[in-house]
Design a protein around this ligand. Sequence first.
Ligand code: GLY
Length: 564
Amino acid sequence: MIRFPSAPGARVLAFLVLLVSLPALAAPGRVAVSSAHELATAAGLEIFEQGGNAFDAAVAVSAALAVVEPASSGIGGGGFWLLHRPEDDFSTMVDGRETAPAAATRDMYLDDDGEVVRDLAINGPLAAGIPGAPAAWVHLADRYGTLPLAQLLGPAIRLAEEGFPVDSKYQTLLNFRAHIMLRWPDTAEIFMPGGDIPELGAIIRQPELANTLRALAEQGFDGFYRGPVAEKLVAGANAEGGIWSLDDLAAYEVVEREVIRTSYRGHELITASPPSSGGIAIAQILNLVEPYDLAAMSRVERVHLLSEAMRRAYRDRALYLGDPDFVEIPTDMLLSPHYAAGLRAGIRMDRATPSAALAADPSLLPESDNTTHFSLMDGDGNLVSATLTINLPYGAAYVPPGTGVLLNNEMDDFSAAPGVPNEYGLIGFEANAIEPGKRMLSSMTPTIVQSPERVAVLGTPGGARIITMVLLGVLDFIDGNDPASWVSLPRFHHQYQPDEISLERGFLTEEEIAELEALGHEVTVRARTWGNMHGVMWDRVNDRVEAAHDPRWDSGGAEVRDSR
Ligand code: GLY
């Protein structure tokens, strides 16, 4: 499926030789969890207390996030779980991405004039792909865990039943979607009782979700994808314009994907493979900038160079990437050093390349803090980097009656029409066109970086910006910094179209922005921050384990404890 070019492969081999030639390094002996919600972090720690490994804890954290961070991920969504087991140097990506229902068609969001009807693509059940998250939890528990699924789902069931307190992130993200959710009063009643945004500290209970989680805990895959829950999901989705069938649910399959590996300045990256675009894009950017000495550059030079590399990688994302089970992705070409050299030859340090000079089409970009990420490690050094989503905040904003399952609106990650931007301003063409059973292209980029001395686990939500945030975090780690630094770094982003560098406020001075503009860049300073990065680090040399959550939101939880 994914093939790897020989040169990066050789670099990985060199890294492994270096690793095994070092004196044996002790296991961390501590566990670490960093997630977007302190109650989800506590769920992971609870499973560690009960003797679970990192993969057990990943199921518990994922399921707890589905309950306490309903804006960002859930049992009605999907995700990618990147796993690493040092014992046998095994890595894999568990792909629980949603799929298009069998009745989906390429032009299902187009009106009679061939224009995309945005409302259908993002609101209500026609926007929902077939969920992959619950199947992935079952798969993780069965194949990699040590404790029963019912035990791993215990904290989530408790949180759904007893409730959790509303925080400012819950309120902020609900503000974006409340007017849509109010179209379906039964759904609104769950998340905004009485039709209002709940007060800080108000308790949200989800008894129907607790029942659905219990069915999954008791029956595994069949508890969600067949039988009464599946019947209610299909009936509820189709009553409001959906096109789901019982066969769509029963046919859902988790896929294990070979990870993308690349190396940069003596570090090995293990990262997300298609249907994520993130790993290939990050590998392309690192290949492009590797010959430059970033540390010796001014901030303006560094932002310019990285933006030029980002621009080119996002152009290729639009042109080439999609579900690898449906399209032939030219991975060898995209990751080859020769291709990088060709792209590099077009970069000038004294002038921006207009995106229009690199063939494809325009778009626009809103900020996005939906989706969620967690990073964790157990006492044996097993690692999980997982990014999960229901797409926009609160997904499709619709819960099929009696299920508690908030549906995703992941179908919008397909290209609804060639070159027409989705909600993130991302464009795509044939490779990411809608087809029955196909997985929509994603930007989610769970990542692990290793050197003989240090290990980093990181990732973030943030739609189209995920890739560049993870890139900046990786570079900061490789510069020698700790998780608290990666997660709080000021961010900048370029995604080919729109042809602009966007900056978080306060990152660059007016003079530096003027210098970038003089190079030909359009620079936009955004009012809002973006992302919600969660990182864990093991420093093998200094015997340090650290975890940090993004300071941009106050709900995150990051903890390190001695392992049992
Ligand atoms: N739904 C956002 C992504 O998968 O990139």
